[in-house]
Ligand binder design. Structure first.
Ligand code: SAM
Length: 393
């Protein structure tokens, strides 16, 4: 696996003066001393900082347990049950087939995490953080499939040393392992159907971001590469009625997308194409190619191959829109970095790249005028666009 190339993103840090290191050393020593802790807690002006930091460290330590509380609530459908109407402990115990004695621990933990809230002395209702989970099946599907990630992360050092004998995440995503094997098209259909279903359930968040951030008016034909079951092209067909649309994905997935398109009576507007984007040519004709949540799943060499293939498939003046979660450069506010770095490590393929790294790869493939398109919630996805100014020799 390739190490992260942060050379460009680290530029600002390389000019750090030596006196800053000396100050930092003094500051680190002060922050870690018990004298500082006692002084800070005793001082009414600094107490809140120490209290807040203690809380944050506690949350870091307990985070894995918090995730399990969330997973248990999802598996037992507690959030959906209380969304229908507030329920008592006895009612929920009966519904979940868990003893009241044990379930009470889960419910109180969920109250502490604001997944639930008290609605009377013995009534639980939906909490502020439980509401989005109860309202989005895609979010629940993501949480449920995290069981595989939690399994792989039970020994994070073994994972880092590549000593995890059976990675469940790797098994979940067949294309991450078998991209270069001849049997690429013979992956078990049930595995392909399972990850495609998960992607379809979680894609609406990303689709909303892309449709709100980018103006499609100037385009005529769009090709969504790795388009899954077609959620994006179907939404785009409704969003921009002048567009003709194409979807390219592995043959099994393209067939599932076709089924969805036919069921929605969109066969006239959207064409599907089955193939392997690392080996087969992409269909031509589109003046915009979209690549949504694809590059981060693949190693650098494959991303370069794919970007070149897209460049080749586009006409001069055509555009590539790439949307996926991205790493934050040092000094920027980190978003989902810790999560995505480990998710992709457990999956065994790809890596989280900064906008800068992806822009460089796009430029190497021949794209110019590369820019970031700001979007409202850059946690799940950020957006880059680049143009094909000329054909490469
Ligand atoms: C993470 S999913 C993203 C799907 C969709 N774009 C979304 O955002 O929900 C990656 C997609 O790339 C497809 N894919 C992976 N490797 C591929 C390959 N070599 N050729 C064609 N499609 C591939 C997968 O089948 C899957 O649908």
């Amino acid at each position: 696996m390739k190490t992260l190339d942060l050379s460009n993103d680290l530029g600002a840090l390389t000019q750090r003066p030596a006196w800053r290191d000396a100050i930092d050393r003094w500051w680190d020593a002060w922050l870690t001393s018990s004298a500082m802790y006692r002084w800070s807690v005793a001082n009414p002006f600094t107490r809140w900082v120490t209290q807040r930091r203690a809380r944050q460290v506690f949350d870091l330590m307990a985070g894995f347990v918090y995730s399990q509380v969330l997973l248990a609530c999802v598996r037992l459908q507690i959030l959906e049950r209380v969304a229908q109407s507030p329920r008592s402990l006895q009612e929920l115990a009966l519904m979940c087939q868990v003893s009241p004695h044990a379930l009470q621990r889960l419910l109180q933990s969920a109250v502490a995490l604001r997944l639930l809230e008290w609605r009377g002395p013995d009534r639980y209702g939906l909490g502020a953080l439980g509401a989005p989970v109860a309202g989005h099946p895609g979010l629940r599907a993501m949480i449920e499939h995290h069981a595989a990630l939690y399994h792989d992360m039970h020994d994070p050092v073994a994972l880092l040393r590549d000593q995890m004998p059976q990675s469940e995440m790797a098994a979940y995503w067949p294309y991450a392992q078998d991209a270069h094997q001849d049997g690429v098209r013979s992956w078990q259909d049930d595995k392909v159907a399972r990850y495609s279903e998960l992607m379809a359930a979680s894609q609406p968040f990303v689709i909303d971001e892309v449709l709100a951030a980018y103006n499609f008016d100037a385009h005529q034909q769009v090709l969504d590469v790795g388009g899954g079951k077609g959620g994006f092209v179907r939404r785009l067909a409704q969003h921009a009625s002048h567009l003709r649309l194409h979807l390219f994905d592995l043959p099994q997935v393209a067939a599932m997308a076709q089924q969805q398109i036919d069921q929605n009576g969109m066969g006239q507007r959207i064409q599907t194409h089955g193939g392997d984007f690392l080996r087969d040519p992409l269909p031509g004709g589109a003046d915009l190619v979209t690549l949504i949540r694809i590059a981060h799943d693949h190693p650098d060499g494959d991303v370069r191959t794919l970007l070149k293939a897209i460049h080749q498939a586009l006409p001069v003046g055509g555009t590539l829109l790439l949307a996926e979660p991205m790493a934050q450069a040092p000094g920027q506010q980190p978003l989902g970095d810790a999560y995505f770095h480990f998710y992709l490590l457990a999956m065994g393929s790809g890596r989280l790249r900064t906008p800068n790294e992806l822009s460089q790869m796009m430029a190497e493939a021949g794209f110019t005028h590369i820019e970031e398109v700001p979007n409202a919630v850059p946690l799940q996805t950020q957006i880059l666009v680049g143009r094909k100014a000329q054909c490469l020799p």
